[in-house]
Every structure is written in C-alpha cells, then in structure tokens.
Ligand binder design. Structure first.
Ligand code: ATR
Length: 290
C-alpha cells in the first residue's frame, strides 16, 4: 500500500529516510500519504544504510531531492553535507538533508528542535490566546533539563525564539558549556528544585530520567513544578511520564514527547514540498500506524 509504482512519473521527487534499522519507521507511511493528499509529485522510501558516506557517494543520484536522518546516522549525515545550517552544526547532528535545486548541493538541517519548540508555542498560545505574530516564548524563562543532543536542540531553539535560557544538568560542566553558547545561565540539576526566580517559567526535560522501564523516576521534585506555566517532556515512552503527571496535578500545561515528533514531521514536510503540511492527515496516519 506504500508505493503505487504505476503512478511514478519521470520528474518525481524522490525522498527517503536513512537509518539502521529502518523497517519500523513510520515515516514512509506518513510522507507518502501526505505527498499524495496535497498533490505533490513525490515518493518517500525507507533506506537501510550502513555507511552514510558510501551511500551518498554511490547511490544518491540527483533524482533524490531530500532525506530524513534517523538513528544512528544523524552525526554521520552531517559530515556528508556540502553545506550545514549553523544550528545543526552547533548541535552536531542533522535530521534532514535537501538537494538544492540548480547546483544540486546537499544542505543539512536539524529540524528536531523546531518540532519541540512549535509544540510548546502552540500549547502556550492555546492556553493564553497570544497572537500568532510574536512567539509566546519571547522573554520567558526557559529551563532545559539535560545537555545532550536533545538538550542542545531545545536550548538553541528557545534562545532563537527570544527566551532567557537556563540549562540544568547532572554534569555541571556540560550545562555551563551549553549555557555559554546561548547566553544563558547554568545550574546543577540537583539544585533546580530550589530555583524559582519568577513564576510562569517553561520547563523542558531532555534527560532520560523517567523513561521506560524506570517510569516512577522524575528529574524534578513535584514541589518545584508549581512555578512552571508549561512542562514539556521529550520522553514519549511512556506518554504520560511521572514528571508530566505531577506537572498536570500542579496546574501546569503539559506537552507530550509525541508532539515533538509530529511537529517535526510538519516542519520537514514543508521543507521537502514548500507546501503547508496536511496536519490532521499526518496525525491520522500516525495514529493508524501506532
Ligand atoms: P540525548 O541525545 O537524548 O539528549 P544524551 O546526549 O545521551 O541523549 O544526553 C542524556 C542527558 O540525560 C544528559 O544531559 C545526561 O546528563 P549528564 O550530562 O550528566 O550525563 C542526562 N541524564 C542521563 N541519565 C541521568 C540521570 N540518571 N540523572 C540525571 N541526568 C541524567
């Protein structure tokens, strides 16, 4: 049901997701259905790849218009780009690659952070009715727990939207290094429970604390959560983490990790096609293939 080869025309724009393993990926279902629904002449293939460098040099013909990158190739993918977006360079990983029309150069981007940031912005707008013209994150105190790949992505994203960033990490040195890059403040994770310079802050968890199977764990004590207007957790197994459940009980707006994936799919679709994403269709396809 994924590909109807009779529909393929000579000028079709070929896309694919590069990863290993790749059989489990929902992306081919999602993009093929979405391309079709907006009348975009494109196809999207699962690509099981061992070496990104070999793949790009041997198999990537100019017919390929764009790629998504998934585990474990996000870092290697970056090394195979002709040009890399500055944020992707800072993060050290790409999530998609686009062949520039004209000279055919491969441009690398990291849109993972845009997915999380877009989901947080949408939830804030829904809860306080802020106008669409300005980011509801502007001027907000935005606390990122964790300083790994996802932590970097969230910190850069929040900084780009004009938030004041605080990085809280178990290893303080890593918090300091990241905070320095985004003009923010660093704090050891263990001290975050006593940090509340103001009310209505935003909290994003990018540590693995609370992930299945240790679902009772939480990176921040419940008492501290009342100071946050919104709490996002990048963990999506389980969907409702202890952190999110306790944040909800404390009255915060919560944003699930699954929203990060859905929103980055919207962003990537728009990069690939130049067209607005069919959001409801994408949500339906993901729900059907869950
Ligand atoms: P990702 O790419 O998902 O961000 P990562 O780069 O491995 O993953 O980063 C994992 C993050 O979770 C780090 O910030 C790590 O803290 P350290 O820098 O101190 O290692 C954090 N983390 C993992 N296990 C943790 C734990 N038990 N308590 C607190 N933080 C933890």
């Amino acid at each position: 049901e994924l590909y109807n080869l009779r529909e393929i025309e000579a000028d079709i724009k070929v896309h694919g997701v590069i990863g290993n393993p790749i059989g489990h990926s929902k992306s081919p279902h999602l993009y093929n259905a979405a391309f079709k629904s907006v009348g975009f002449n494109g196809i999207y293939l699962p690509l099981l790849v061992d070496s990104v460098a070999n793949y790009i040099s041997a198999y990537s013909s100019p017919d390929f218009a764009g790629y998504s990158y998934t585990i474990p190739h996000k870092e290697d993918g970056l090394k195979c780009c002709d040009e890399v977006d500055p944020i992707a360079k800072e993060i050290g990983a790409i999530s998609c690659m686009i062949r520039r029309p004209g000279d055919g150069k491969l441009e690398g981007y990291n849109v993972d952070y845009l997915g999380a940031i877009a989901a947080i912005e949408e939830a804030l707008r829904a809860s306080n009715g802020a106008p669409a013209s300005v980011s509801p994150l502007t001027g907000k105190l935005f606390v990122v727990m964790g300083a790994g790949g996802a932590g970097k992505a969230l910190a850069y994203g929040a900084h780009k939207k004009g938030a004041r960033v605080v990085v809280a990490n178990r290893t303080y040195g890593k918090a300091k290094a990241l905070a320095g890059k985004v003009g923010g403040q660093a704090i050891p994770l263990a001290k975050l429970k006593d940090f509340h310079p103001e009310e209505g802050m935003i909290l994003a968890n990018t540590t693995s604390v609370g992930m299945k199977p240790r679902i009772e764990d939480t990176p921040l004590a419940k008492e501290a959560l009342k100071h946050y207007a919104l709490v996002f957790d990048a963990i999506y197994t389980p969907k409702l983490t202890t952190l999110l459940r306790e944040a909800q009980e404390a009255g915060s707006t919560i944003v699930y990790g699954t929203e990060m994936f859905i929103n980055q799919a919207f962003v990537q679709f728009e990069r690939f096609t130049g067209l607005p994403a069919p959001k409801q269709l994408i949500r339906d396809v993901l729900a059907r293939n869950a």
